[in-house]
Design a protein around this ligand. Structure first.
Ligand SMILES: [Zn+2]
Length: 187
């Protein structure tokens, strides 16, 4: 339309900011935590991540999910809801569901949180251990996340084009790092 003036003091910085963080979907989950999408090198990711209080920019606190793992998370929501209700009633509960790679959704009696967390299998051991990579959602934050995931594909339509790993060309029979990352039946 018109020529872009160069070297406009101040505006270059704000334009760069707008380009760097411009999600199609952004939903507040509670406290500093948000659900949003990003595109990096042409690949879409879904984040459950804190934004800084000062400038509402993404921080390092949170998780990045591939679309495939996000769809897995979405598909197990009914199960997670059942276990949240059990925790709310103080009933004995243990829940661990694999969503891809070494990522799991975990709930445990005594902790009123829904955890989406990365695990690892130490050498010569048979059970996986939690890492520090993950988010622990309060039940209210989980409710918000659940509502967001239900409409996310309206804003991020490529979620509907992703197929489960076992149907994709990347799946490796018997030794798939996505489907059975520790080559065990932990999932
Ligand atoms: Zn696979």
């Amino acid at each position: 339309m018109s020529e872009k003036p160069e070297n406009r003091t101040g505006s270059a910085e704000s334009q760069r900011d707008a380009r760097a963080f411009n999600p199609r979907y952004l939903q507040h989950l509670g406290k500093e935590l948000y659900l949003f999408d990003s595109v990096f090198n042409g690949i879409t990711y879904i984040h459950v991540r804190e934004l800084s209080r000062e400038n509402k920019r993404p921080t390092t606190n949170g998780i990045t999910l591939t679309l495939q793992r996000c769809n897995e998370l979405y598909s197990i929501l009914p199960d997670v809801v059942i276990h949240v209700d059990q925790l709310r009633r103080n009933e004995p509960t243990f829940y661990r569901r694999h969503i891809g790679g070494n990522w799991f959704v975990v709930m445990e009696m005594g902790y009123d949180t829904v955890n989406i967390r990365k695990f690892w299998l130490p050498d010569n051991e048979t059970s996986i251990r939690a890492t520090r990579k993950g988010v622990s959602l309060t039940f209210n934050q989980f409710e918000e996340l659940k509502n967001g995931l239900r409409i996310l594909d309206t804003f991020v339509p490529e979620l509907n084009r992703v197929v489960p790993c076992y149907l994709s060309g990347k799946h490796v029979r018997d030794f798939c790092k996505e489907c059975s990352p520790n080559n065990t039946s932990v999932a």
